[in-house]
Design a protein around this ligand. Structure first.
Ligand SMILES: *Cc1c(COP(=O)(O)O)cnc(C)c1O
Length: 390
């Protein structure tokens, strides 16, 4: 670990494989199919490992679908969903995808026939209008004003206007959860059936989307499997799940070096307690390398640290960018932290590398892969990666 060039991500393949084994268990016991939602984690270097356990991948658009086509083995399913597809992408999508999910009746009308002619299975994303999460409206596709999914009113009006659209559909899809347990799925599925149950008999499959925190220690897998079994038995449906987070949960860290210790305690006058807390400037940035810390927001776990004041030495940790809010959080340590020390943020495999940016000309962290005790460099970035995007 000492020789790592920071900032860098280290993907833990053993942990990834443990997650995949848990997911494979759900597939084996229920007959459902689980797909990798690539938007959360697209490290195609480990796609062969993912493919040993899962049924395929899902894409948010053409590029992710291409990545699946190029980097997953041939027998993997390649699903795609987008709120609106682009005409110029559609032909290629027809060539490389086997399942397509439309967001609206209008999109289904525009592309549905062509998708069928290309022998894709066609689905429609539903908005069951059942929120099961509070606080994170930006992660709630059932929040008022949502653009994601077709409501029952829109669905029925669409078929009234054009009854042929129903014949195009092989499946229905909903994605409404975020880091949730299976009780939220159960509640949502109940409402979904009340509203759309009468249409499910005509379908081949239902896709429960992502947001299932299946590989979290306290997740109730038995309840998930009960819901899947009920869907199969009642309607004869194949059930798809497309988690992102659950696949690489806790399967990677971000290592960073302390560049500067700002000794605020020497100058604080006590009037502003926050102002007299020492600050660590790191060679990583929340805004560039872990944007969910600011967007979500959340406080990432940091190895061998405690909450503010829990251990002897408390610091505010921030990045070297111009953004005042580029702060990762407040953490405490047993020992005083020194310039040059390396810190490890955990659970950094998901929604990190896929969201990185080079704001302020920040370098992109290198990516290493760890298997057993062996760590190998997989990707390194340079000034050219910054320049070529501008
Ligand atoms: C984000 C998303 C997923 C994956 O969600 P996770 O929270 O990472 O499990 C799956 N399907 C769709 C449609 C999504 O938008």
């Amino acid at each position: 670990m000492q020789d790592l060039k920071t900032p860098c991500y280290v993907i833990d393949e053993d942990k990834l494989e443990k997650n995949l084994q848990i997911l494979r268990g759900v597939m084996d016991r229920t007959g459902c199919k689980i797909l990798l939602a690539q938007k959360a984690f697209s490290n195609y270097g480990v796609y062969p490992l993912v493919a040993k356990y899962l049924a395929g991948a899902t894409a948010s658009g053409l590029f992710e679908a291409r990545l699946c086509k190029e980097e997953m083995p041939r027998n993997m399913e390649n699903h795609i969903f987008s709120p609106a597809f682009r005409e110029e992408d559609f032909q290629e999508i027809c060539l490389i995808c086997d399942h397509i999910v439309f967001n609206s009746m209008k999109q289904l009308e525009k592309f549905g026939e062509r998708a069928k002619m290309a022998r894709m299975q066609v689905g429609l994303r539903i908005n069951p209008e059942k929120s099961t999460q509070e606080g994170h409206a930006i992660y709630d596709p059932c929040a008022p004003g949502s653009r994601l999914g077709t409501t029952l009113a829109e669905f029925e009006a669409g078929f009234l206007a054009n009854p042929k659209l129903l014949e195009l559909l092989d499946g229905l899809h909903f994605h409404t959860l975020c880091e949730q347990d299976s009780d939220a799925l159960e509640e949502t599925w109940k409402v979904f059936q009340e509203k759309f149950g009468k249409y499910l008999k005509d379908m081949k499959w239902v896709n429960f989307g992502g947001g299932h925190h299946i590989t979290r220690e306290d997740y109730d897998i038995a309840r998930l499997e009960k819901v899947i079994a009920q869907a199969r038995e009642t309607y004869g449906l194949m059930v798809y799940l497309e988690p992102g987070e659950a696949i690489a949960l806790n399967a990677g860290s971000l290592f960073t070096t302390v560049l500067e210790v700002q000794e605020k305690h020497l100058y604080g006058d006590g009037k502003d307690p926050a102002g007299s807390m020492d600050i660590l400037i790191l060679d990583t940035s929340a805004a560039c390398h872990m944007p969910d810390v600011i967007e979500m927001p959340y406080r990432p776990p940091l190895k061998n640290s405690g909450e503010e004041g829990e251990k002897n030495h408390t610091y505010r940790l921030g990045g070297p960018t111009c953004l005042s809010g580029d702060v990762i959080g407040v953490y405490s340590f047993d020992e005083e932290v020194k310039e040059g020390d390396v810190l490890e943020f955990q659970d950094m495999a998901i929604y990190s590398m896929v969201k990185n940016n080079t704001f302020n000309g920040m370098p992109l962290p290198s990516i290493y892969r760890k298997k057993g005790e062996k760590i190998t460099l997989w990707k390194e970035f340079s000034y050219e990666d910054f320049k070529c995007r501008l």
